[in-house]
Design a protein around this ligand. Structure first.
Ligand SMILES: O=c1ccn([C@@H]2O[C@H](COP(=O)(O)O)[C@@H](O)[C@H]2O)c(=O)[nH]1
Length: 236
């Protein structure tokens, strides 16, 4: 695996045509993320387009519902042949366990590799201040993120999504087999935007991330190819 394979680029665009244009502009990207904007606007056909081009897929729909509903959604998502699927850890243990088991059964019945189900610990757009004063969570942010990751692991999930600022602690507590995916990644030359807990790509990888999700620093750059290459250079 080369260093570029650990960079996941989100297809955060409003249409399938724009998604295809981005995929074609960046042939060196091997791992793409399909999130809410594109999936809601254009449906699942983008997943077939990516599969046909032998790209890896992170289906980031961030499921959050009761156990029965979440299990159905995960079973359906597992049949798309994707690599990673997200669910909010706040679904709780019963929901996470149902989701994991439904996803596994569904992929096996379809004869497909079982995707990794990974739990959102705490969105990277949430600051310590909003965790305490808006969400009224009475734990320090790193302690809360770790608790959510351990809940996901105890429920049988393969990994978690966390900010790079918490990844070292999660890696130490959850071990090397637990997949840790970090959005909130910002090179020094990129704007932070709405992300609140950020680190540079090199620091995030060094701290223990398996994959980095890097969107606007690449996709909104004047020259996305140069931006992607520059991040790869900084990582190697
Ligand atoms: O906690 C989370 C979970 C998911 N995301 C997603 O990652 C990308 C980040 O894009 P940037 O442009 O690099 O900010 C985006 O698709 C989010 O939906 C996240 O940011 N934080």
């Amino acid at each position: 695996m080369s260093v570029s394979d650990c960079i996941i680029v989100p297809l955060d665009v409003p249409s399938e045509l724009e998604a295809i244009a981005l995929i074609e502009k960046l042939p060196q990207v091997t791992f793409w993320k399909v999130g809410l904007e594109l999936f809601v606007s254009s449906g699942p056909s983008i997943l077939k387009i990516l599969n046909d081009r032998q790209k890896r897929i992170f289906l980031d729909l961030k499921f959050h519902d009761i156990p029965n509903t979440i299990a159905g959604a995960c079973a359906a998502a597992a049949r798309y042949g994707v690599d990673l699927i997200t669910i909010h850890a706040t679904c709780g243990k019963e929901g996470l366990q149902h989701a994991q088991s439904a996803m596994q059964t569904s992929a096996e019945q379809a004869g497909l590799p079982v995707p990794k189900l990974i739990a959102i610990t705490l969105l990277t757009s949430i600051s310590s201040r909003s965790l305490a004063f808006e969400l009224k969570i009475p734990l320090e942010l790193p302690e809360y993120a770790l608790h959510m990751a351990l809940l996901a692991q105890a429920s049988g999930l393969s990994g978690a999504v966390c900010s790079p600022q918490e990844v070292a602690q999660l890696r130490q507590s959850c071990g090397d087999d637990f997949t840790l995916v970090c959005p909130g990644v910002r090179p020094t030359w990129a704007e932070v935007g709405d992300q609140k807990r950020v680190m540079t790509p090199a620091a995030a990888l060094k701290a223990g991330a398996n994959y980095l999700v890097v969107g606007r620093p690449i996709t909104a750059a004047d020259d996305p190819v140069r931006a992607f290459d520059r991040i790869c250079e900084e990582l190697s």
